[in-house]
Design a protein around this ligand. Sequence first.
Ligand SMILES: *Cc1c(COP(=O)(O)O)cnc(C)c1O
Length: 412
Amino acid sequence: MTERTPPVHASLPQFPISGGELVVGGERLSLLAARVGQTPFYAYDRGHLRQRVAELRAALPRSVKLHYAMKANPMPAVVGLMAGLVDGIDVASAGELKVALDAGADPREVSFAGPGKREIELQQAVASRVLINVESMREVTLLDGISQRLGLPARVAVRVNPDFELKGSGMKMGGGPKQFGVDVEAMPELLAAVGRAGLSFEGFHLFAGSQNLRAESICEAQQKSYALAVRLAQDAPAPVRFLNLGGGFGIPYFPGEQRLDLQPIGDNLAALAAQASAELPEAAFVIELGRYLVGEAGIYVARVIDRKVSRGQVFLVTDGGLHHHLSASGNFGQVVRKNYPVTIGNKADAALREPASVVGPLCTPLDLLADRMDLPAAVEGDLVVVFQSGAYGASASPHGFLGHPPCVEVLV
Ligand SMILES: *Cc1c(COP(=O)(O)O)cnc(C)c1O
């Protein structure tokens, strides 16, 4: 069945149209492509990134620290820009840690989470004086030895696997059996070990899930996380200084999805912060966001290299595909494949439209960027644009698959 999707530009005001072309970072798309010198490429819009952070700052209480979870988009130029806009950077490997520190992030406001941290990574994190979100007893033991060897007590927060889930999340990362964090039930024993090891205990980290568009669910998870942290603080070896309440703020990808309402979340955090001034007086709240900060600021651009009609269906074959943009192909965590918003960027307001599928050059039917969408009628040489591509794009895709050239990323 052909699924007709409405034109997308009305809902994507971050990219205006001028002379029939999409404008990205103040430049017409065809000129931007000429400047980049090749397709495919990703372009991230600085102005939009700044605006998004400003909107969040306006909606959240001033006391809440805003962190950027850089796994959403680790391009060094993006991390550099974000480091100057937010309060801290969350990393999930020593490789990301290097990019964050190179970008000038303040180590006091960098935190390192992730299961399976290698010993060398823990050592690098201790020596960097960043906060390590401990996820197992093994990490406590290793950090004890490293701290003694370096003469520098590791700064640790404990990542908690809570006894609840973030309802309505695209991806659940807490609650039930999980490889992330330490089960609530095991916390007293782990906290005692942290105290004995002489690590510098600084707080708790709770991350329930990702891509959530329901403010009530996010508020509920924050309330439960806060209550749990207050309970766990009784067994903690030192006062809680950081309480990372996670994030999970989603962005709309598909027809019918509504933009997340920030106001209730801001109100909820303000109420919790008021409670905390009595119950956890030394604690700063941290919210860590990836996708919400960068997802809508980015587009992926590929050029049509062939236009084929197979049994009445139009296929726009492009030089880009799932090897650069696994998420848009539907193969990065989607249960039922849905189309990302797509247009023909150099004909964005063309009156002539037709149903077409956008595919890549890979020899697999999975290499599909748009499945029978209503698009401006396109020919060879036109530029296909995939919106909402600033998060989990280039770095989350199998570039080596089938040996095609890599894509380029630009911050404009
Ligand atoms: C992936 C991840 C994030 C970022 O998630 P988004 O959905 O991109 O906001 C934040 N914190 C942790 C611990 C993560 O693993």
